[in-house]
Design a protein around this ligand. Sequence first.
Ligand code: 8IG
Length: 280
Amino acid sequence: MSTHLDLADPTVDPLQVAAAAAAVIADRTGAPTHDVALVLGSGWGQTAELIGPTLASVDSAEIPGFRKAAVAGHSSATRSVAIGDTGARALVFGTRTHFYEGRGVRAVVHAVRTAKAAGCSTIVLTNGCGGLNPAWAPGTPVLIRDHINLTATSPIEGANFVDLTDLYSARLRAIAHGVDAGLDEGVYVQFRGPHYETPAEVQMAKILGGDLVGMSTTLEAIAARQAGLEVLGISLVTNLAAGISDQPLSHEEVLEAGQAAAARCGRLLAAVVTRIAQSH
Ligand code: 8IG
């Protein structure tokens, strides 16, 4: 990889790396453009199959700015998936770079900027998270209505005052509710991680107005809004947040809940993405 495409080099323009990444994706997938991008978080790894056939798969390590997956259970593949018979294409990122990996915010939002450079107009950000509402059993999908970013950073550089009102598109949430009228919505609170919260921090999140606690998504959503992408966020509650139940938290529990919920989440995601493609 040539050094001028290194996201860690502060003199490199991240949009240039994203353009280079999009060019590799177009070349390797044979699709000059894509329409809807998806980022698959914990528990969502098996859900893209139901959207449609994978037409091409590229190892992320071959795409400028990307690396192999850092989280057990995540896939490094970036796939080009036909969205049912709509003629539209989904660009599916099998994993994400997390802020806690310490590679910097540019690396965290690189998939978002690559999606924009690849022609996408919509991005679906999924994640696995902890739930504050005891009624949300592990395996419950929840739409993100708004977020609280507790990372104390931003993907936006310079005096660029991006409006985050309606960051999580009401139009796309309505499409999701059309697929499953029973979907709840919540406010997603991003902590830095990689440790889970203390029970006191979970109570803080609740007092602040949070419903979901996780380690991703908010910085990506902000970068997506800056790029002009329409954003849908869906969380899979894989565990009750620390102190909400008396169970200890473990990544194994997260993976198990994801497995158990894969069919429901896959059907939801496939139907939502198909309707998004049809709405364009
Ligand atoms: I999966 O309970 C998953 N990711 N911060 N807290 C935070 N992140 C998470 C959690 C959780 N579960």
